[in-house]
Design a protein around this ligand. Structure first.
Ligand code: NAP
Ligand code: HSE
Length: 430
């Protein structure tokens, strides 16, 4: 056996705790696979007294996580604290500068500072691995960087947030309230420290920006991702989707278009007969369309201690084996500059749910707004009768340009009979 690989782990929450447990259970197998004993020699977190449910008696506690980068007994830094700024950023930068390979699960950090950190990794010839940052236990970074290296990727889409998928699935299956299911997802260790990152689509956007970089060979650009979350969806939308033959999923989509690279995160109606419509609960899925391989779908648990620790452990084994790859699949100097496709040019059909006063002529006013924006209606659902009371009105459009929909909605919200901001959900024919 070669010398042991000594880890310094910063962050002992859901993922850090899960990693320590995995290393304790799978230690022998990992040694067999990598030819080196892998041991945790130092850890850092905020609260030294907190019970982590793992034995830390033989591990050195370090108060300042950044000190792990300078620690002469630490060979590899594992950053599992989270957050796009310090101390996570300072730790990763200091470790790479000290030529210590880094493993991180931190998508916020990579999405915001990925290119600068990749340059640092190149300058110091030191690997940076971040498999756990996207889609939990699904080895999608490895698949894109290595398995699909022979392809030109034309599109990539998927469900990348376990918390949102858990909420949407549970609401649909049980009729339970949004806030109640979110609290449950937090208890299960799925949510971010600030769950607003999950439900507002930000976490998914971080992940999409990372995947787009590796898949299309472009610099990570979180600013180019159009983001909308699931906060404003209601049980009504979930029920109408069912009735219309769709499921609502928070999708991340990146694709080459004639206008440039489109990167979007928002709730979508997906046809009930597509595989992705049946990816439920905490499960994630990523679909890659490659020039030679065609369509490939990978599915697995996207959040939680075990799946995420599984991805972190795979990165550690790669480091123990001496694997070193360009951070985003190509050296940073070769990352291509693709223009960002403007959202207003997006083409597709839409679901619109309005709450309108039940009054003669309402439907004609709404139809006129769509007609004048040159949007054609495919179907309408208006149910119930409550003269002068608010009732839901649901419309499905034919394919159109997003700019036209925006124009029509601007006109609808000005109508006295429209009592609330409309809900607009793109329909994706995947
Ligand atoms: P968590 O449960 O909140 O744990 C965070 C850990 O970092 C805690 O141990 C905390 O210390 C420590 N920490 C936070 N700020 C610190 C600071 N300033 N100094 C020292 N220690 C600090 O979070 P998590 O769910 O494990 O997530 C960790 C990372 O993995 C994040 O980047 C997250 O986005 C990513 N991730 C999470 C999942 C998941 O399913 N949870 C999946 C994939 C990726 P205390 O315990 O003492 O408070
Ligand atoms: N909060 C994230 C999620 C954790 O729910 O998907 C996994 O990245």
């Amino acid at each position: 056996l070669s010398a042991a690989l000594r880890l310094g782990v910063a962050g002992l929450g859901t993922v850090g705790g899960g990693l320590l447990k995995l290393l304790a259970e799978q230690g022998k197998a990992l040694t067999g696979r990598s030819g080196r004993k892998i041991s945790v020699v130092a850890v850092a977190a905020r609260d030294r007294k907190k019970d982590r449910g793992v034995d830390l008696s033989k591990v050195r506690w370090v108060d300042d996580p950044v000190a792990l980068a300078r620690d002469p007994e630490v060979d590899v830094v594992v950053e599992l604290m989270g957050g796009s700024e310090d101390p996570a950023k300072a730790l990763v930068e200091a470790a790479l500068a000290a030529r210590k390979p880094v493993v991180t699960a931190n998508k916020a950090l990579i999405a915001h500072h990925g290119v600068a950190i990749a340059k640092l990794s190149e300058r110091h010839g030191t690997p940076l691995h971040f498999e756990a940052s996207v889609a939990g236990g699904i080895p999608i970074i490895k698949a894109l960087r290595e398995g699909f290296a022979g392809n030109r990727v034309d599109s990539l889409y998927g469900i990348l947030n376990g918390t949102c998928n858990y909420i949407l699935t549970t609401m649909r299956e049980t009729g339970r309230d949004f806030a109640d299911v979110l609290a449950e997802a937090q208890k299960l260790g799925y949510a971010e420290a600030d769950p607003g990152f999950d439900i507002d689509g930000i976490d998914t956007a971080h992940k999409l920006a990372i995947l787009a970089s590796v898949a299309f060979g472009v610099p990570v650009n979180i600013g180019a991702v159009h983001v909308d979350g699931i906060r404003n969806l209601s049980l009504d939308d979930i029920r109408f989707a069912d009735e219309l033959g769709y499921r609502i999923k928070l999708l991340a989509i990146a694709r080459r278009t004639p206008h440039g690279l489109e990167q979007r995160v928002h709730p979508c109606m997906v046809p009930n007969n597509t595989p992705i419509a049946h990816v439920n609960g905490v499960f994630n899925a990523v679909v890659v369309e490659g020039s030679s391989v065609g369509r490939v779908m990978l599915e697995g648990r996207g959040a939680g201690a075990g799946p995420t620790a599984s991805a972190v452990a795979a990165d550690i084994v790669d480091i123990a084996r001496g694997v070193s790859l360009p951070v985003f699949g190509v050296p940073t100097a070769n990352l291509a500059r693709l223009p960002a496709a403007p959202t207003r040019r997006h083409q597709g059909a839409y679901y619109i749910r309005l709450v309108v006063l039940d009054r003669p002529g309402v439907l004609a006013d709404i139809a006129a707004a769509l007609r004048d924006a040159k949007v054609s209606i495919e179907s309408v659902i208006q149910r119930g009768r409550a003269p002068e009371e608010p009732v839901p009105l649901v419309l499905i459009t034919h394919d159109t340009e997003e700019a036209r929909m925006t124009r029509a909605l601007e006109r609808m919200v000005k109508l006295d009979t429209v009592t609330r901001p409309p809900t607009l959900i793109p329909i994706e024919q995947l």
